[in-house]
Design a protein around this ligand. Structure first.
Ligand code: FAD
Ligand code: DLZ
Ligand code: SF4
Length: 516
C-alpha cells in the first residue's frame, strides 16, 4: 500500500488531539513512532524515564491502532533500527513512499533543527504544525515579549488569566488578588496526612519494557523498581482525579515545604504525564477551578496550581523558544566547576542533598523546592558550570524535556541568563532549608554554625557566592540588603566565611580531604 502522508509522533506527543493527527486521514496515512538510541542517550536519561517513555509510547501506539490508525512502530531492539529520528524517517520513507511528512513541532530545538533539514535531505515536503497543547503559541509569546524591557512571569500570568478566563470574575481575579503565594509558605509537620500520588501496577507490556531497559541501559543512573507511573491516558486521568480529590486542597499551604522521607508532600506529580501528552494542561486547570468554585479547595491552592501551569509552564516554554539556541550557552556568572560526583551517588554528608539525590535516583522525581533550593541552590553557590547542571537535570527527572528544564535550570535556578527569567538569584544559606524542612536534624553539619569544618556549607558558600560575584550582582536592587549586611561585617568575619568556602570548594575539587 502506498501511504499518502507519514505522520511522525514523538515520545512526548502522546495526545489523541495532536495537531499532526487532526490533518491525517486514517484510510491512507501511516503513523510512525520509533524508539531510538539517540533520544535515550543524548544525555544519560534515568532508567525509569526511559521505561516510562517507551511504555507510554507503546501503549499509545496500541490505542491508535484501536482507533483505526495504521501505525508503523519501530521498537528499540529492532535489528534494523538506525538509532536516530532521521535514520528512521529515512527508512520509513523507503517503506511507505509518502508524499508528505507531517509532525507537530518538536519540544526541543535540537530535534527541530534535525527535522528542518529533512525536506532537502529526503526530497519530501515536511509540514511542521504548531503544538496546540500549549495555550500560548511561540508567535504569541514573541509578540507579548516584543518591546518589553522585563519579561516577568507575573505579568505574563495575568495576561494568561485574562485570556483563558480561569479564576476570573468578569475582568477581575477571583478573591480580589492575582496571586496568593504569601499563603503558600507553611512548613510541613510529620503528623500531617500526605496521600502521595496514585500508583499503578506495571502490566505485561510495561514489564517487558522494564526488562529491555534493565538490559540495554544498565549503566544509566536510577532505579527501575518500584515502577508505578501511569503509562496510559486512562491511568493518567485516574492520577489526576486522585490529586484533585486528595491532594489539591493542601497543595497551596505546603508548596514550599520539604520533609525527610516525604518525597511528594502535596505536590501533584503530574508533570511527567502533562509533558508526555497524557494529560491536557487546560483541561486540568478547568477541573482545578471547578474544585474551587465547588467549595472543595481553598483559593490559595487553586490559584497556586493554575499559576504553575498557565503561568510558569507556558512562560518557560516561551522563553526557551524566544532565546534558543544561545540560551543553552548562558553562563552569566562564568561558573566553571565540575558537577560533584555526589549528584549521581548521593554520597555526601549534606543531609539535604543526600535526601534529594537518593529520592531522585529511586523515583526520577523531586519536587520544585528540592530542585530549586537544595540541588540547584548548592550548584549555584558552589559555582558549578551551568551546562553540567543542566545536563544533570535533563537526565535525572522523568518530566525533563529541554523546553521546560533548560529555562528552569539555566534561568530560574542558576541565574546563568543574568536575570532574564528571575529578578534575583535563588541563593540561600542553611537557615532557609532549616526553616522549610527537617533535613538539618539528621545532618552531620551544624546549621547554626556559620564557619569552620562543622558549619553548614550553605552558610559560608552563600556569602562567598555574593563576595565572589560582587561585580556582577552588586547592582541588583533585590540583593541590596544582603550586600549591605556583607559590607557591615568585620573583615575578620568576611575572611572566615571566605576561608571556609575555599577549604570546602578545594575539597570538592579533590584538592584536599573533606567532603566527598
Ligand atoms: P506541582 O508542584 O504539583 O506543580 C503543578 C504543575 O505545575 C507541574 O506538574 C508542572 O506542570 C507545573 N509547574 C510547576 N512549576 C513549574 C515550573 N517552574 N516550570 C514549568 N512548569 C511548572 N518541570 C518540568 O516539568 N520538567 C523539568 O524538567 C523541570 N526541571 C526543573 C529544573 C529545575 C532546576 C527547577 C528549579 C524546576 C524544574 N521544573 C521542571 C519545574 C518544577 O520543579 C516541576 O514542574 C515540578 O517539580 C513537577 O512536579 P509536580 O508535577 O509534582 O509539580
Ligand atoms: C525522552 C525520549 C526518549 C528517552 N526516547 C524517545 C524515543 O525513543 N523516541 C521518541 O520519539 N521520543 C523519545 N523521547 C522523547 C524525545 O526526546 C522528545 O520527543 C524530543 O526531545 C522533543 O521534545
Ligand atoms: Fe543541608 Fe546545611 Fe541543613 Fe545539612 S545543615 S541539611 S547541609 S542545610
Amino acid at each position: 500500500m502506498s501511504a499518502r502522508q507519514l505522520i511522525l509522533i514523538l515520545g512526548d506527543q502522546l495526545s489523541l488531539d495532536l495537531s499532526a493527527l487532526t490533518v491525517a486521514d486514517q484510510r491512507n496515512d501511516r503513523i510512525l513512532m520509533c524508539e531510538v538510541q539517540e533520544e535515550a542517550t543524548y544525555v544519560p536519561h534515568h532508567k525509569k524515564k526511559i521505561a516510562f517513555v517507551f511504555s507510554a509510547m507503546r501503549h499509545f501506539a496500541d490505542r491508535l491502532r484501536l482507533e483505526g490508525w495504521a501505525v508503523d512502530y519501530v521498537p528499540f531492539d529492532d535489528p534494523a533500527n538506525t538509532g536516530s529520528f532521521s535514520g528512521e524517517v529515512n527508512r520509513a520513507i523507503e517503506r511507505n513512499r509518502p508524499n508528505k511528512i507531517v509532525l507537530t513541532e518538536p519540544g526541543e530545538w535540537r530535534v527541530l533543527a534535525q527535522v528542518e533539514a529533512w525536506q532537502e535531505r529526503f526530497g519530501v515536503p515536511v509540514d511542521i504544525r504548531a503544538d496546540r497543547r500549549f495555550l500560548c503559541s511561540r508567535a504569541e509569546f514573541a509578540e507579548w515579549a516584543a518591546g518589553r524591557k522585563l519579561l516577568r512571569m507575573e505579568h505574563f500570568y495575568r495576561e494568561m488569566r485574562r485570556r483563558t478566563g480561569l479564576l476570573m470574575d468578569g475582568g477581575k481575579p477571583v478573591g480580589g488578588k492575582w496571586n496568593f503565594d504569601a499563603d503558600n509558605r507553611k512548613a510541613a509537620a510529620r503528623d500531617l496526612f500526605m496521600p502521595g500520588p496514585a500508583r499503578f501496577e506495571p502490566d505485561t507490556l510495561t514489564r517487558w519494557v522494564i526488562n529491555l531497559v534493565d538490559e540495554r541501559f544498565s549503566r544509566h543512573f536510577g532505579d527501575l523498581e518500584p515502577f508505578w507511573f501511569a503509562v496510559t491516558q486512562e491511568q493518567a486521568e485516574a492520577a489526576l482525579n486522585h490529586f484533585l480529590k486528595h491532594t489539591l486542597p493542601s497543595f497551596g499551604d505546603y508548596q514550599d515545604a520539604m520533609l525527610s522521607g516525604e518525597r511528594f508532600l502535596y505536590h501533584s506529580v503530574l508533570s511527567v504525564y502533562i509533558n508526555a501528552g497524557l494529560l491536557d494542561p487546560l483541561d486540568i486547570c478547568r477541573r482545578v477551578e471547578a474544585e474551587y468554585r465547588g467549595g472543595r479547595v481553598p483559593i490559595n491552592s487553586a490559584e497556586g496550581f493554575i499559576r504553575q501551569i498557565i503561568g510558569w509552564r507556558e512562560y518557560v516554554r516561551g522563553i526557551y523558544w524566544l532565546k534558543m539556541p544561545q540560551y543553552g550557552e548562558s553562563n552569566f556568572l562564568e561558573a566553571k566547576r565540575a558537577l560533584p560526583p555526589f549528584y549521581w551517588t548521593a554520597d555526601t554528608d549534606m543531609a539535604c542533598i543526600r535526601e534529594a539525590v537518593s529520592q531522585t535516583r529511586e523515583e526520577a522525581y523531586a519536587h520544585h523546592i528540592q530542585r530549586l533550593m537544595v540541588t540547584g541552590n548548592f550548584a549555584m553557590l558552589a559555582g558549578i558550570d551551568p551546562r553540567e547542571v543542566h545536563e544533570w537535570y535533563l537526565a535525572v527527572y522523568a518530566d525533563a524535556y529541554e523546553w521546560v528544564e533548560l529555562p528552569n535550570t539555566m534561568g530560574m535556578s542558576q541565574f546563568a541568563d543574568g536575570g532574564l527569567l528571575g529578578s534575583k538569584p535563588y541563593a540561600a544559606g542553611g537557615n532557609y532549608i532549616n526553616r522549610m524542612s527537617d533535613y538539618c536534624d539528621a545532618c552531620r553539619y551544624n546549621v547554626s554554625q556559620k564557619t569552620g569544618k562543622d558549619a553548614c556549607p550553605f552558610n559560608y558558600l552563600y556569602w562567598d557566592f555574593l563576595a565572589r560575584n560582587e561585580p556582577k550582582l552588586r547592582g541588583n536592587p533585590r540583593l541590596a540588603k544582603a550586600y549591605s549586611t556583607w559590607q557591615r561585617m568585620s573583615k575578620d568575619r568576611q575572611q572566615a566565611y571566605r576561608e571556609s568556602a575555599v577549604w570546602f570548594l578545594n575539597a570538592l575539587d579533590g584538592r584536599s580531604p573533606a567532603d566527598k
